[in-house]
Design a protein around this ligand. Structure first.
Ligand code: CU
Length: 127
């Protein structure tokens, strides 16, 4: 009977290790960024992220419906005018600059409603 107990114990240890590593694996905390969309700008105009980190954007349209679009990443959101913010999560892209544009016509300055997502490489100090 002892071997059954030993086997069970080993299985339990293995399962515990799997659960432990699954819980610890997403070690990078979610980088939450509040963004305000208004005629005709995004605030902040430069959104800084670290490549590979999980990012949560919480976007609020203050005056009318706007869009939040990063063409290069095929990322498009409609931000309806409302007191409710729109939340979206994604993994920060490889290092680089990605143009953000409003994708919902919002008035005369719509074409100029732009911002930029800047992704930087994770430094050794970030660990
Ligand atoms: Cu617009």
């Amino acid at each position: 009977m002892g071997w059954i107990l030993g086997l069970l114990l080993r299985m339990a240890t293995f399962i515990a290790a799997v659960i432990w590593s699954a819980a610890i694996a997403p070690a990078l905390p979610v980088h939450e960024i509040q963004v305000e969309a208004r005629k005709f700008a995004f605030e902040p105009a430069v959104i800084m992220v670290t490549a590979g980190e999980p990012v949560r954007l919480v976007i609020h349209a203050r005056d009318t419906t706007h869009g939040f679009s990063i063409k290069e990443l095929n990322f498009h959101l409609e931000i309806p005018r409302s007191s409710e913010a729109v939340t979206a999560e994604f993994t920060a892209p490889p290092p680089g600059r990605y143009e953000i544009a409003c994708s919902e016509f919002c008035g005369r300055g719509h074409r100029h409603m732009k911002a930029v997502l800047v992704s930087v490489a994770a430094g050794p100090s970030n660990h």
